[in-house]
Ligand binder design. Structure first.
Ligand code: AVJ
Length: 329
């Protein structure tokens, strides 16, 4: 049996238009100027991200998908009482969850899939794809991670274990204190023995990191600049999108790749719906994303410091990616 019309909900605490305007106003006025990376994922941004995942230079998604296909059975079997609910945070198009369920689930078991994402378009396509699986019931939450987790926790029903997925190195968008706080928040939404599977992109040679975030086809540059397109469309901004250059830098001290939009020339910018009117200097940048890179031991330490115990870890040596399975203590 499959559920053809997935249930969906939109939390009141969503990053709605008002939140977008508030965040754009606040972060663009910071020194250095910034924009939160979660706003990349409107319909076009989500499509551009999917294109990034197919680039030969961005290997995160393929490496993780290989690990999920190879170890999906071990991941499900690591849970004695059996997993009856899988929660995925920021899963995008749902293809990795699809791979995991197909590789790992024991046939004939029922499974609740709860998808939390800020992207409505990503949720729609993943719910559609996952609904074809037998015995699967999909519920989507168009919400921030925090709001979505609170809803999932409130709706908790079954007696089995819940496995929460935080894949794709999405954890890399948090700075280390933020990642710790976020993992503690996940722990608080779980019961003892529930599982958490996280994917972390590993530190690798700078050349490979920079090609992944500044690709020769310019897809990542388009993904980055689309944030300005979105501000212009949704908040009435007048950013001259062509007058900003995409730049990726490896900050070795902080173990992160940073993406920036660098102003070519001094420019006047207004964003009426965010009550912004400012000058940006020649060469001044807007910092749009951090992608922290880990090592395998660091991923484990981070989990052990936030209320989890290591169950197993799998590493793709070729592309430098780790999947770490833990359980709540
Ligand atoms: C989806 C946050 C994991 O940081 O690698 C890809 C997003 N940004 N290329 C990442 C991204 C530029 C991606 N995450």
């Amino acid at each position: 049996m499959s559920e053809m019309s997935p249930v969906s909900s939109r939390a009141p605490a969503d990053p709605s238009d008002a939140q977008f305007a508030t965040d754009v106003q606040y972060y663009l006025m910071q020194q250095p100027r910034q924009l939160p990376s979660r706003y990349f994922y409107d319909a076009l941004g989500s499509s551009l991200f999917e294109a990034i995942c197919r680039l030969p230079w961005y290997r995160v998604t393929r490496a993780e998908t290989r690990l999920l296909a190879a170890h999906g059975r071990e991941i499900f079997d690591a849970f004695g009482r059996g997993v009856d609910t899988v929660v995925e945070l920021g899963g995008g198009n749902g293809q990795k969850l699809m791979t995991l369920v197909q590789a790992g689930r024991r046939p004939a078991s029922r499974l609740e899939l709860r998808l939390i994402d800020v992207s409505a378009s990503a949720l729609a396509s993943s719910a559609r794809a996952l609904s074809v699986l037998d015995g699967v019931h999909v519920v989507t939450y168009e919400a921030s991670y925090e709001a979505g987790l609170a809803e999932v926790r409130a709706a908790r029903a079954g007696s089995g274990r819940t496995l929460t997925l935080f894949l794709g190195s999405n954890i890399g968008n948090f700075d280390p204190p933020g990642a710790g706080a976020f993992l503690r928040g996940i722990r608080a939404a779980l019961a003892r023995d529930d599982g958490l599977l996280i994917g972390t992109d590993l530190v690798k040679p700078e050349r490979a990191l920079l090609l992944a975030y500044d690709d020769p086809l310019g897809v990542t540059a388009a993904f980055n600049r689309n944030l300005l397109v979105r501000i212009n469309r949704e908040l009435g901004g007048d950013f001259d999108v062509n007058a900003f250059s995409h730049r990726a830098v490896w900050n070795a001290g902080a173990s992160r790749v940073e993406m920036h939009l660098v102003s070519r020339g001094r420019q006047h910018v207004t964003v009426p719906a965010a009550t912004l009117d400012f000058e940006i200097e020649d060469g001044e940048s807007i910092w749009t994303e951090s992608s922290y890179k880990y090592d395998p031991e660091g991923s484990v330490r981070m989990l052990e410091a936030t209320g989890f115990r290591l169950v197993d870890q799998w590493i793709d040596v070729e592309d430098g990616f780790a999947l770490t399975l833990a359980e709540a203590v």
